[in-house]
Design a binder for this molecule. Sequence first.
Ligand code: PLP
Length: 394
Amino acid sequence: MTTRTQELQARWDAALMPNYGTPPVALSHGRGAEIWDVDGKHYLDLLGGIAVSALGHGHQAILEAVSRQVAVLAHTSNLYLHEPGVRLAEKLLELLGAAGRVFLCNSGTEANEAAFKIVRRRHPARPRIVAAENGFHGRSMGSLSVTGKPAIRQPFEPYGAQVTFVPYGDVTALRNAVDGDTAAVFLEPALGEGGVIFPPADYLCSARELCDATGAVFVLDEIQSGIGRTGHWFAHQRAGVRPDVITLAKGLGGGLPIGACVGLGEFGATFRRGDHGSTFGGNPVSCAAALAVIETIATEGLLENALKVGSALAVGIGDVEHELLTSASGVGLWLRIELAREVSAPVEAAARGAGFLVNAVQPNAIRLAPPLVLTTAQAQKFVHALPSILDAAS
Ligand code: PLP
């Protein structure tokens, strides 16, 4: 008998481009960190739509904010302003604790495109950008050019920027690469798509110092790490460093599409009138959702929850003894499970079979980026199931 999932997969294959392959699950609805597929199978969502669904699924605060906004005004274009956009920009600056200005857009890659253009405006004569090997900044031609994964970048060369890629976390390599010709240093506070890898404690501060010494713009991509993922509003706050430009998306909208490029200090005023724009960017509905996300993180204590549940999850996984499991690491609800062999794909599939959505982020590593509302009891369910998941993948 054909399941509803199989039927949808066949129609997907016929109607959608093959860039994603055929997804293994057809999701239907969710509540908090629990989610169901179209055939009624239940999963614990330990990936949150890749670090997006910060409040989980079906959160009342988002439902109310979006419904209220869509009922009165869903779109204005950028010819007219609206209060949710103003309030969101003010709120982001307040959380950043810094003066600056915000450009609102629809996605992470667009936030990075805006950052890229700020860099060009700032340093029109500097040819080079420094970025990290295994870094990820998006799929558009600008964002892709600074993405340090050759397999996804090289097929679309050439790009407009000259980019030097350095090993992530290596201060000496960064020092050797950044000089007076460097327009910008583009980094993530921890590699997300690269496998949830945090750099040494002094790495971001060293990048800041190098940018100060050379005049390069320090762009920090907080698209995956921002909005509470690490138990801090922004991961750079944990590292005690201040970038020049910060890009945000993913968790910001809690599932609604929104991105933001924040220029701190003078970098907020680099664009001249007409330099950049977006028809849908920062639309009132997505801004209302983002305001609801931020307010709920604060009122429900979700930064504290991310630290508490994240550390219980990491410790619990670390205590599991299995020949396939090497270690668990990460900060807040952003974890890497390191495997002894390149078996992440079968582990992901076995987890799915057991009712857990996780991500084979690297051949030897699993990523967890669950909703920030995950409870300790839910985390423990995964810890208890992990040995049999690993057995099934062996
Ligand atoms: N930057 C980082 C660090 C990301 O993790 C991603 C997406 O995974 C992006 C940029 C691109 O964001 P989007 O897919 O919203 O364009």
